[in-house]
Design a binder for this molecule. Structure first.
Ligand SMILES: O=C(O)CCC(=O)N[C@@H](CCC(=O)O)C(=O)O
Ligand SMILES: [Zn+2]
Length: 350
């Protein structure tokens, strides 16, 4: 009997087990891999991995990697599941502590972005708002915050990074891009830009304000270097072309193994950096969004274009062209309808 089928109650892998247990409250279960790596299944879809004492942590780091915070964004879930299967099969050994999270198992089973409420608007304490009281997604966000807090405390001497992996609803003129949460006074470390390039992510958006997304919580509260990483387009389980996700898979495997970073190589040796200049919010019944439904991420608009208006105000593109990301007017009042971004600079590796 292998460690994996024991831990996953005889399901073939972590993902199958997580889907089958989506509506259960599982107790913590611990196992040890043959090389001494400790595996703790903290709850459904949450694995806390610790290498054996004495193994050198070459990059002096601890990693949180999440996927499935939106249940229909399946490719990164399949990537993480594949890496867990490799580790459990002994194909490589763990080089640093890792917390792996499949965010919203009931939404994964339903094949939906969320069940009751978008979980990626519930972090940084937003889960405590009265309107979310009693909702399973609010409880899960609170639990995930607590898991991350405990993991950060347990490894407080190590550099903490968090990669929250997603796929986008719309097609994109830039296939893969990352968002860097806003924390006053900080800038993106070169080593993180190099990691994004290693993962074949060539575009970075700098957020302009703190928010209630998962990566903003781990950045602001846990001082992690965190990113939301958009890796392609939403597809159902089994319909992803996983060859398009090899970059992130390779780069994460390398970090999990604790190997040093490789030299950046063309074409993945420069990162285009954008800054968010305006967040479009649904302002209420008179809100009108002038970006059509089929527009791709990174579609550019010339100066002066009216992007949205309501009966009181409007937003026009400023003096330089701006592009739209995540256009989606079908959100509750007060929530994000899209981001307007402007090119800032380029990061060149090496
Ligand atoms: O394609 C879309 O419209 C949404 C894709 C997605 O889920 N993106 C994240 C971004 C989080 C961030 O701003 O860091 C989200 O909307 O939650
Ligand atoms: Zn998402």
């Amino acid at each position: 009997m292998t460690a994996s089928n024991h831990l996953f109650d005889f399901h073939p892998d972590w993902l199958a087990h997580t889907l089958a247990s989506a509506s259960s409250d599982l107790p913590e279960t611990k196992r040890q891999l043959p090389d001494g790596t400790q595996v703790s299944r903290k709850a459904n879809g949450v694995l806390w991995l610790t290498p054996p004492a004495g193994r050198k942590n070459v990059n002096n780091e601890a990693l949180i990697v999440s996927a499935g915070v939106h249940g229909n964004e399946t490719a990164p879930i399949e990537v993480l599941n594949g890496l867990v299967s490799e580790l459990f099969a002994g194909e490589w050994q763990l080089g640093c502590p890792v917390l792996l999270i499949l965010g919203n198992p009931p939404a994964m089973v339903a094949g939906q972005r969320f069940v009751d409420v978008n979980m990626n608007r519930l972090f940084n304490g937003a889960h405590g708002q009265a309107k979310y009281k009693g909702l399973p997604e609010a409880r899960r966000a609170q639990f995930l915050e607590e898991m991350c807090r405990q993991f950060a405390m347990a490894h407080h001497g190590l550099a903490l990074s968090h990669y929250d992996l997603h796929t986008a609803i719309r097609p994109s003129k830039r296939e893969r891009f990352a968002l860097y949460p806003f924390v006053p006074g900080r800038s993106v470390p070169a080593v993180q830009c190099e990691f994004l390039l290693e993962a074949e992510v060539e575009t970075l958006l700098l957020q302009h304000q703190e928010s209630t997304v998962f990566s903003s919580f781990t950045s602001s509260l846990l001082k992690a270097e965190s990113f939301t990483v958009e890796l392609g387009k939403v597809e159902p389980f089994g319909r992803n072309d996983l060859r398009r996700f090899r970059g992130i898979e390779r780069a994460l495997r390398r970090r999990f193994c604790g190997k040093p970073a490789p030299q950046a190589r063309p074409p993945f040796d420069r990162l285009t950096v954008f800054e968010v200049v305006h967040e479009v919010l649904n302002t209420g019944p008179s809100f009108r969004f002038h970006v059509p439904d089929e527009v791709a991420n990174f579609t550019q608009y010339p100066p002066g274009t009216v992007i949205w208006e309501d009966d009181e105000t409007s937003y026009r593109v400023g003096t330089a062209p701006e592009a739209v990301v995540f256009p989606n007017p079908h959100v509750p009042v007060g929530q994000r309808v899209g981001l307007m971004i402007r090119a800032k600079n380029e990061f060149r590796a090496g």
